[in-house]
Structure formats: structure tokens, C-alpha cells
Design a protein. Structure first.
Length: 359
């Protein structure tokens, strides 16, 4: 009988001890336990590109073009007043052949032209007196036209004995010496078009989509020896086929030749590429493919994060084409809203989460 009375008393004592332990737990410890239970997720604001990034690339400086100039006629080279590495303005003399033979050919053609002109005038006078037929006059007219063509050809050949700079250029190399006899088409001097300089870099696919838009990507050339002094680069073109080995795309920028800096084609230079965040238009929204979830009936939805309450809500959306690791959004989302891009498999409606920028 005493054992039966002692049993409820022991239960009562255990209950009192448990209650005292719960009361003794501090509020801070309870909050820490609740915070530890929050799921960490990655959040992306819709309409924002990737965070602003700075990337450095090793580029190669190049001229707009590099060509070997040659004569269109043959002859003996008498003038080659160029020095390698010298910048020359448009119209400067680069090389010249002995023009004597071509001047004689032009003089001979001019004499033949004068003869043909006098012959035509004489036969026209005879035609007026019906002393010759019309066919004789027409033949004389043809001879006059042929003589004029010979004069034009001889004058053009004489002009071909000089090579002048077609634009502002840099003399790269002399390919022949003076006083040698040259055939037509023999390279004489190699020059480069330096009306502006070009720099080529190889960029990964996540940047090549943006390089053609200067509002999204800013490229600067860091000058050797003084990286604080920078030249703003202008986009020119980019290759649409990647390198077969490293899977990068070549992008070409242009810039004006800096005064007082011995920067030559073929040199290497550092290019700083800055891609900053930009808010896109409503009809241009896209989201990571990882943020997209599907229902069994094929509908798509995402998880929306409310920064004020810290809770997530599921929302159905309409999506479009997939481009790389992102998919276009046609409806259901607005620029500025925040979605969960990682950790979606552990979410449920109204669940409180903790945003985490990196994993």
C-alpha cells in the first residue's frame, strides 16, 4: 500500500524538475536554436546581371592590317627612302623605280595620239568633198580612240613606278635593296596600318555574350609601367567560333595610338574588363535554370523570397527558350523581385529561410 502511494509522488517530482529546466533556459539560447534550424538559400534579384566583376586578360597589340607593298610594273629600284620602325603620314614616298623607260613610252603614245587626231581631221575634210567613204572616217576615229587608250595606259604605268603611303602607316621591314631589278608584284616593303591600334583578347563564354554592348562591359588597356594610366577601348568585333582547345572567344578592341609611348604591334598588354550589374527591361527577364521547378502536370514555378518576413512563396510562371544556364521568363515575375536559385528542394510554402550569397 505504501509503494502505491509513493509512485505518484515520484512522478510529480520528475515533472517539477523538468519544468524548472525549461524555465531556466535563457531566451538567447532559444533564439540560437531557432536560427540554426533556418535553411540557407541563394537569392537573386530579378533583372540583375551577375555582380560587378573585374577580370584581367593578357592581350596582343596589333595594327589594323599588315601588308607587303609591291610595284605593278617591273624595273630598277632607284629610291627606297624608308627606315624600319618609322611612322609615316599618308602620301609619303616609300619606293620608286627608274621612270625613264615609262616616260619614253608615254611620249611615244602622245605622238601617236597627235598623229591619229590629224589623220582623222584630214579624212573628215575629204568626206565633206565625197573624196573618201564614210568607212574610212570611221576607221580613223577608231585609231584615234586606240591612241588615246595607249596614252592612258602609258601614263598609268608611269604612275606605277612610285609607291606612296596609302594611309598613316608604320614601316615594319624593307624586303629588298636599292638598285635591284624587280619583277612586277615583287614585295618591296612591309607596312602596317596604324590609323588605330587593335588589341585581341580571349574571353570565356559568360562574357562573350556581353562584349558587343559597351553599356554592359567596359574594357580598358593598362599601360606598361603605369597601370594607373588607362586607355578606354572600343569594341570592334568578336569571333563567333570558340578556340577548339580552351573554348574561349577572341574579342577585338580598338584604341588610338598613345603619344609618347613606344607601343608597337606584336607587344603584349593587360586588358581590364569590367562587367557591372544592370537592370533589364521587364520583357527581358531571365532566371537560372536551377531556380526553375516543375509540377507533375508540367507547369513551372519558382520560389519567391520576401525580404521583410524572410518567408518564401511558390509562384507559377511562363518560361521561354533556354540560353546556356538561363531561361527566359515570359510572365509571372517582375524586375526587382527576389527568387531562390539554390536549395529549392528543401523549401515549403511559408517557410522562413536565410539568404546566403555564396556557397
Amino acid at each position: 500500500m505504501k509503494a502505491l502511494l509513493l509512485l505518484p509522488a515520484s512522478l510529480l517530482l520528475a515533472s517539477l524538475l523538468l519544468a524548472s529546466l525549461l524555465v531556466g533556459c535563457s531566451p538567447s539560447e532559444a533564439q540560437m536554436g531557432q536560427a540554426a534550424s533556418l535553411t540557407s538559400v541563394r537569392v537573386e534579384t530579378l533583372g540583375e546581371l551577375a555582380p560587378s566583376v573585374n577580370r584581367r586578360f593578357v592581350g596582343r597589340v596589333d595594327a589594323v592590317s599588315s601588308v607587303d607593298l609591291s610595284f605593278q610594273v617591273g624595273g630598277r629600284l632607284t629610291e627606297l627612302p624608308v627606315q624600319q620602325g618609322r611612322l609615316l603620314p599618308k602620301g609619303s614616298l616609300l619606293a620608286a623605280l627608274d621612270p625613264a623607260d615609262y616616260q619614253l613610252a608615254l611620249s611615244q603614245a602622245e605622238v601617236q595620239l597627235a598623229q591619229a587626231r590629224r589623220d582623222l581631221e584630214r579624212k573628215r575634210s575629204l568626206l565633206e568633198n565625197n573624196s573618201v567613204s564614210r568607212a574610212v572616217v570611221e576607221e580613223a576615229e577608231d585609231q584615234l580612240r586606240l591612241a588615246q587608250l595607249n596614252v592612258d595606259s602609258a601614263g598609268r604605268n608611269l604612275s606605277y613606278t612610285r609607291i606612296e603611303a596609302p594611309y598613316d602607316l608604320l614601316v615594319t621591314r624593307r624586303l629588298v635593296d636599292r638598285f635591284v631589278n624587280l619583277q612586277a608584284g615583287t614585295p618591296v616593303v612591309r607596312v602596317q596600318d596604324v590609323t588605330e591600334y587593335r588589341v585581341h583578347i580571349s574571353v570565356p563564354e559568360d562574357l562573350v555574350r556581353l562584349v558587343s554592348n559597351p553599356d554592359q562591359v567596359r574594357a580598358e588597356l593598362l599601360l606598361p609601367g603605369n597601370e594607373q594610366q588607362r586607355l578606354l577601348l572600343e569594341y570592334r568585333e568578336h569571333a563567333t567560333e570558340p578556340d577548339q582547345v580552351v573554348q574561349t572567344y577572341q574579342v577585338t578592341y580598338g584604341f588610338q595610338r598613345p603619344e609618347g609611348l613606344n607601343l608597337l604591334p606584336g607587344m603584349t598588354a593587360t586588358v581590364l574588363v569590367t562587367a557591372g550589374p544592370q537592370l533589364l527591361a521587364r520583357d527581358q527577364l531571365d532566371i537560372p535554370v536551377a531556380a526553375l521547378s516543375s509540377t507533375p502536370d508540367g507547369r513551372h514555378f519558382v520560389w519567391i523570397f520576401d525580404p521583410e518576413s524572410g518567408e518564401v512563396r511558390r509562384r507559377q510562371i511562363q518560361v521561354g527558350d533556354v540560353s546556356g544556364d538561363r531561361v527566359a521568363v515570359h510572365s509571372g515575375l517582375l524586375a526587382g523581385e527576389q527568387i531562390i536559385t539554390a536549395g529549392t528542394s528543401r523549401l515549403r510554402e511559408g517557410m522562413r529561410v536565410r539568404p546566403f550569397s555564396q556557397f
